[in-house]
Design a binder for this molecule. Sequence first.
Ligand code: FAD
Length: 459
Amino acid sequence: MQNLAEQISNQLGEDRVLSGEAVSERATSYWNSEAMTAKAILLPRSTEEVSMMLRLCHAANQTVVTQGGLTGCVMGAEPASDDIVISLEKMNRIEEIDAVNGIAVVEAGTVLQQVQESVLDEELFFPLDLGARGSCTIGGNVATNAGGINVLRYGMMRNLVLGLEAVLVDGTVISSMNQMLKNNAGYDIKQLFIGTEGTLGIITRVVLRLFHKPASRQDALVAMQDFDGVVGFLAHVQKDLGGALSAFEIMWGDYFKAVTEPGGHRAPMDREYPFYVVLQAEGGDPDSDADRFESVLGDALEKELIVDAVLPKSDTESLAIWEIREDFENILQPEPVYLYDISLPIRHMPAYVDDVARNVFEHWPSGDLFTIGHVADGNLHFFVRPNEPGDLHGVSDECVYAPLASYSGSVSAEHGIGIEKIKWLSHSRNRAEIELMRSMKKSLDPRNLLNPGRVLGAG
Ligand SMILES: Cc1cc2nc3c(=O)[nH]c(=O)nc-3n(C[C@H](O)[C@H](O)[C@H](O)COP(=O)(O)OP(=O)(O)OC[C@H]3O[C@@H](n4cnc5c(N)ncnc54)[C@H](O)[C@@H]3O)c2cc1C
């Protein structure tokens, strides 16, 4: 009897299936360089092909893991050796950009940066933006409800999706390609697939909401002596920039210093400040916007909310300050390094970070704790680097999550639960919420074949 991969290869063509070395020569994910293990990788070219593949897998009781750009941070797209992978990488067409209605229709495997650049050519703007823009896909962004650096002005991915098409585990196609901002005709079906990490269906096409390209953009890197300065400066720019603020990204001094070590990024200001913020404003009038931005920063210096500021004079200089925040490659060694994605009320951040630091250094006196975040969204990322070999993930998790409960925070602000955080879901969701999630999963995928075990575990 033919196996599934052979059946699909015979029906759709050999180029739809990778097996053997073609699987193992791929890395498991951005974060895991080990060879990928899976029975096969399927490469559909259309929704109909995804449907056909899922129908066959369903009939054979075959588990399926969906992959986009493999940049997800919680192992959600990492297959086990007996899974079949469906990768959306060949479904990467931008079908339509409609400036009048402010929408783009794209296939789910389209890379985020490709969407950003294509709509810019039409003087339009797609505001989702994150460090993985060159690799992550729209389908992955929807499945994880990605956040990133522009959430404070434009919301998370959920706010940028008008409609979508998805395929259920048995191959049923749910086409809900709404293009309107308003549509309250019954349940909003797309929400079933946004942020549910591929556990309820495979997203194949998406209608995105676009905005007009801002006429001006200003960036700055500033430094503060204490966290009160960060909070005071945030309030100052939110008020005085009149709603133009689009990004406000914090770096604790330990992070800034580490990524600007020799061999890393060039530091455009003193490396010894305790806090740094990269901020961005967007507006409609390039001349007056730049003057206003400078004067708001000048006021903040006078009021001593900030102690230093660098305003880039070119796109290259802008990029250089953003790279300090977004490119953390040189702190990822020596392994292991554990990444966290916490949200909590801003006022609790300093106390919580102190609690985590105390725990980390108690366990690993020569360890490192690097802290950054989308502070205006109440979102912090930690990199815990014990500087000791071994699997220390469980201990590290305790250091970070144990103090969180007393601040009513969440174990996942934007990365999701995947496999990595299943154990911690109940720290952020109550029993009734988890039971409802289980019953939704049971009703749509009773045999737990689609992204099995993600979010809710095996049971
Ligand atoms: C340098 C770097 C910076 C990052 N910064 C941010 C950030 O600021 N904010 C943020 O939110 N995240 C960030 N991330 C995490 C990551 O980029 C996002 O989670 C992204 O949305 C994942 O997209 P992907 O295409 O890589 O998905 P994958 O990693 O391939 O998959 C992620 C999950 O989505 C599922 N999935 C993928 N495609 C589909 C589909 N078509 N249908 C159904 N399910 C699907 C997978 O099964 C998996 O569970 C960052 C990652 C890196 C490496």
